[in-house]
Design a protein around this ligand. Structure first.
Ligand SMILES: [Zn+2]
Length: 81
């Protein structure tokens, strides 16, 4: 899968990338959803170049863990089903 195909698995909206919030509003996608202690939900968003970097890292971690890698889950851990 090339980068365009991987990025096509995500839904993009304007937002702030968690890896470089100083860059301002960019096309971003939700890579992680956190529930705070107060019960509110916080979305962690990343821009296309960060998603590609996260996917590459996740693929490596999955291979090391012996788990099948599937793109489209950049913010998730590599765990067997
Ligand atoms: Zn980014």
């Amino acid at each position: 899968m090339d980068h365009q195909q991987i990025l096509g698995l995500y839904t993009w909206e304007l937002g702030t990338c968690f890896r470089h919030p100083g860059a301002g509003e960019l096309e971003t996608t939700v890579v992680q959803t956190l529930r705070t202690r107060l019960g509110s939900v916080e979305h962690i968003r990343a821009c296309p170049s960060c998603v590609v970097a996260m996917e590459a890292k996740r693929q490596r971690l999955c291979e090391e863990a012996g788990v099948a890698y599937e793109p489209g889950h950049a913010g998730e851990a590599c765990e067997p089903d």
